[in-house]
Design a protein around this ligand. Structure first.
Ligand code: SME
Length: 165
């Protein structure tokens, strides 16, 4: 049951348009990812981490793993195997995962002890997975379904504006 959401009143269509405007004229992945992470961190209240993990060849095996990219917040784990933690699960299952209480999520990877809730959105474009966008909040049950949809629209605007490969 969702209990707290200061951003429910946010105009997410406007925020998605602002993402398009912010990134207009630049399609570079690192530049746009850095700008997008900073914009989300500033525009959405009550967050303690917002940033990218990109799918990269697994250093130890034949598959892929997640490697940290541009973000705002405290230093984080650099590499996360597919299937591990909230980020690795979202990447493997190719779907958004919303976690109301990270301490109740089996396998959650704690990077910042201040994090209590999390949403991880896969970066999917033309059927290919490029990684995930991860957002953490210190507030339990922080992300409502309306926010999930709004944040997915912001990520979609980022994907539209950026050359991913
Ligand atoms: N909590 C994440 C790890 C990344 S940090 O939150 C930045 C997870 O369980 O995948």
């Amino acid at each position: 049951m969702h209990t707290f959401n200061p951003a429910d009143s946010h105009d997410f269509p406007l925020l998605a348009r602002q993402v398009s405007g912010l990134l207009e004229g630049e399609r570079d992945l690192v530049a746009n990812a850095a700008q997008f992470a900073a914009f989300v961190y500033e525009a959405i209240p009550d967050l303690n981490w917002a940033g990218f993990y990109f799918a990269r060849p697994d250093k130890a095996g034949p598959g892929q793993e997640l490697l940290v990219g541009p973000f705002q917040g405290r230093v984080a784990c650099a590499r996360i195997p597919f299937g591990r933690g909230v980020c690795g699960s979202a990447a493997q299952e190719r779907r958004t995962i919303v976690v109301a209480d990270v301490h109740a999520f089996a396998g959650h990877i704690a990077c910042d002890s201040a994090s209590n809730a999390e949403i991880v959105i896969p970066l999917l474009k033309d059927g290919a997975l490029f990684g995930v966008f991860d957002i953490d909040s210190p507030t339990l049950d922080r992300f409502s379904d309306a926010e999930r949809i709004g944040l997915e629209a912001m990520v979609a605007a980022f994907l539209d504006a950026t050359d991913m490969a």
